[in-house]
Design a protein around this ligand. Sequence first.
Ligand code: KG4
Ligand code: ZN
Length: 344
Amino acid sequence: MIRDEPLVLGIETSCDETGVGIVRGHTLLADAIASSVDQHARFGGVVPEVASRAHLEAMAPTVERALSDAGIAFGDVDAFAVTAGPGLPGALMVGVAAAKAYALSLGKPLYGVNHLAAHVCVDQLEHGPLPKPCVAMLVSGGHSSLLLVPDVAGDVRSLGTTVDDAAGEAFDKVARVLDLGFPGGRIIDRMARDGDPAAIAFPRGKYKDGTYDFSFSGLKTAVARWVEARERAGDPVPVADVAASFQEAVVDVLTQKALKVCKDNGVGDLLIGGGVAANSRLRALAAERCEAAGVRLRVPRPKLCTDNGAMVAALGSELVASGAAPSDLRLPADSSLPVESIML
Ligand code: KG4
Ligand code: ZN
């Protein structure tokens, strides 16, 4: 760690995690999280109003915890970064308003950053500077994107996205069909270890259509129909086999498309991020296929894959290092901020 690199505090509130991270350069000093996920579980999905209220309550204590974990005083922070979008409008607004207040009260610059670029940038905290260019596949409850990233602080291009459900959303919906609880990704991952991924041939949407787009809603419906048919016939549902076969269909398509982007663009480095990147089968299949294709794979550790404040601080730090001008303090929260807008 270089002592004179600026100390950046990042705030993330785009969904149900209140995250506050502190970094100096590429060094992670604190990554405090407060999650409202338990409050959403009985609804089977994130309830925006509940998330916003939880952010309000968690903001100040989470900032204090991050400062204490990093062993720094509030006045030591050199710059603030906050997720300006995309995400839930009310939830984003809480983080943006808090960050403005902190920046204004300390007279420090504020960087309103893109949540997706932050998911890419966080890997620098674990594996060092990102290769330029690299391909990034972001898969979470809110997004499934394939990005070409010549420079995470200056040039991020969208090549493909989901045309319906996000990958994590498909995991969550299938978990609901199987009565496994919310959020379902981690549970399906665990159940699938005891199942046969080849037991049921679920459809692989957009598998070989030549585009870089994904579609998961047909797969989700196919799983629901298959389970209903078993139940109607009075047969037991082989939950582990369904979980494993569904998961295999998702990760097969994801890895196939990601490697196609690498090949077509002559890029030798693939990064996978977002909550679904915590999936053990995705990690294993990606590693296997990357090795066969001669592509280097980077996947941050699971805690850095799911939403967190460290990723926002990491991108803020990168923007400061690149000499980018800070955001105007009138910056809005933009719930549909396009991925190409790295900062606002
Ligand atoms: O990045 P994230 O924390 O929040 C969003 O921005 O959405 O991702 C949460 C999503 C949820 O849909 C969750 O089910 C999924 O990531 N997820 C997983 C796993 N862990 C979390 N999906 C598959 N396998 C996992 N191990
Ligand atoms: Zn996310």
